[in-house]
Design a protein. Structure first.
Length: 557
């Protein structure tokens, strides 16, 4: 049964005519309307329906100015009724988004305007053309007329191959960025099952270190939102946690904020491991430590190239030996300078950066075979990920340089897996390589800032993912506080963009010029759990809500 309601009529004036892009209409006095609501007009000329989204709402009177209104109330007496009753009305400005017969002639003066019911909203947004086989729940659109509509992404434009990658921005805490991405990943895991593998970076406390456990605090009303979207309100399945190795007395050997009891349980069930880096296995990844280091003269790049081929760095070395060899290059009388043709000052700077970075417990001389230390190589774990699995990599306790190393290691390993560029004995799993691998990283501004140097190896890998990853099944989901702080080519290649609550300074940036002013202003006061979505298939920006997390959010909240 249709819930359409007549709320007003089109008003086309000399100064404000209707056009193929927009029209205005006056509202009945009892109408409550909001920006982002969808309305429709029935065109009698060809029996088509024009749909539009409300951009702004105004109230006007016949008063010529504020002084006349002041005088009509007995010169400012707030306790009496005005002596002259003003003629007044509310009217709305609407942006046209769809016509059922592709007729974009302006709607006529006096045409009746109705609120859209659920079926109308599906047609207006193009959701009726999304194949259910690829549809992925996005959230709930709750209109001003109490209509709640499940919104779905076209999966081909979210995780490929038509389009791909998703970015979400908003201020910390109020934008609920991580919670939304995790909802989306849960929907993808449920929908795509063994076709998709997921790799998540945990950057805050133990937020994402309990995702295999149910959320005991969720209410029945919150569970209903999951039901409405067709996604089970259950925790993630097939989860493995990887923690940075740390030598410590309690014998748990993990650098993490996860409570000890939970960590013991994860180790006991073989659900967790500690990753390490050795010189022999990982020297080729050292360049990632310098992803955010300014290198205008390419001296660091020259040194890294020399390390790859220099005879001094061959053989069975450890990180300790590596540092000793670097020390020799920094001594004036060593003769090493002549061999490398690189200034001693450059070697000294490089050695200083290395000493500051390779001083963490994750750098070991050799991987231990002791079972209680649970040591693994991160790249080997990535090479053995299967479809339907989720891998959570905890980097919250690492420095920014080490976070860049870990993130870069993951990206390179994913590409090696998808391209088949690895030794076959490294992939123990007998299952096929996942069709798609989604990498979720928070605080993207650390890895791809707008000020990033052109020769950053990490930026080069991220650009490769966003520009070519969709065709290869490598998908990037990212989040950050300020969209304007991200490299232009990264955000430009994200097909789906989500906006949470942000501040007035941010919405004044060029990134938000395409957003109507009223929507941009709404971004500064969105309530927690409300998001504005821009997706290639949707014909307009949408405001949506998403369900409360179905997994245990840990003790850091």
């Amino acid at each position: 049964m249709s819930t359409r309601k007549l709320i007003g009529k089109v008003s086309a004036t000399e100064k404000n005519p209707s056009s193929c892009d927009e029209f205005q209409f006056w509202l009945s006095d009892d109408t409550i309307l909001s920006p982002f609501d969808i309305v429709l007009v029935h065109n009698k000329t060809d029996d088509s329906i024009t749909y539009g989204v409300v951009q702004d709402i105004f109230h006007i009177t016949d008063g010529t100015g504020h002084i006349s209104n002041y005088v009509s109330s007995d010169f400012g007496n707030v306790d009496i009724a005005p002596m002259t009753r003003r003629l007044s009305l509310s009217y709305a400005k609407v942006s046209v988004i769809h016509n059922t017969k592709e007729n974009f002639m302006p709607v006529f003066e006096g045409s009746a305007v109705y609120t859209a019911d659920e079926d109308d909203i599906q047609v207006a947004l193009g959701l009726d053309n999304i194949d259910e086989k690829t549809a992925i729940p996005a959230g709930l659109m709750k209109a001003g007329n109490n209509v709640s509509v499940p919104i779905k992404y076209n999966g081909d434009f979210l995780i490929g191959p038509e389009g791909a990658h998703m970015n979400i921005s908003g201020i910390s805490g109020l934008a609920t960025k991580t919670s939304y991405v995790m909802f989306l990943l849960k929907a993808i895991q449920h929908k795509c099952k063994d076709d998709v593998a997921i790799i998540v970076m945990n950057v805050k406390g133990d937020d994402l270190l309990h995702v295999h456990q149910p959320n005991e605090k969720i209410t029945e009303a919150q569970r209903q939102d999951w039901t409405d979207l067709g996604v089970p309100c259950t925790p993630f399945e097939n989860v493995k946690y990887l923690y940075p190795y740390r030598q410590q007395k309690d014998k748990l050997y993990a650098n993490t904020a996860l409570p000890t009891n939970d960590l013991i349980e994860q180790f006991a069930t073989n659900q967790a491991a500690n990753f390490v880096y050795t010189f022999e296995h990982d020297i080729s990844k050292v360049d990632m430590l310098f992803a955010n280091v300014d290198d205008p003269n390419y001296t660091i790049e020259s040194i890294l190239n020399y390390i790859d081929y220099g005879p001094e760095f061959r053989g069975d070395l450890s990180w300790v030996n590596f540092k000793e060899v670097l020390k020799e290059f920094c001594s004036k009388g060593s003769g090493k300078k002549d061999n490398s043709s690189i200034l001693i000052q450059s070697w000294q700077r490089f050695r200083r950066l290395i000493n500051n970075s390779i001083n963490d417990d994750i750098f070991v001389n050799a991987k231990s075979s002791k079972k209680e230390q649970h040591q693994v190589y991160l790249s080997d774990e990535v090479l053995n990920i299967n479809g339907g699995e989720m891998m959570v990599v905890d980097i919250a306790g690492l420095t920014e340089q080490l976070q860049c190393l870990v993130f870069g290691d993951i990206i390179r390993s994913v590409y090696s897996l998808k391209h088949g560029d690895f030794d076959q004995e490294d992939r123990i799993s007998d299952k096929p390589v996942p069709k798609k691998i989604i990498i979720f990283v928070d605080e993207l501004n650390k890895y791809a800032p707008s000020t990033s140097s052109k020769n950053s190896p990490l930026l080069a890998n991220l650009l490769d993912i966003t520009e070519r990853g969709r065709s290869e099944g490598v998908i990037l989901f990212s989040a950050e506080q300020f969209r304007s702080a991200i490299h232009d080519r990264i955000k430009g290649n994200c097909g789906t963009n989500i906006y949470g609550r942000t501040n007035a300074i941010e919405v004044s940036r060029p990134d938000y010029k395409f957003v109507p002013s009223v929507y941009a202003n709404m971004m500064t006061r969105l309530k927690k759990g409300d998001l504005i979505v821009h997706h290639p298939v949707f014909k307009t920006l949408l405001k949506i809500q998403f369900p409360f997390p179905s997994y245990n959010q840990g003790g850091s909240k």
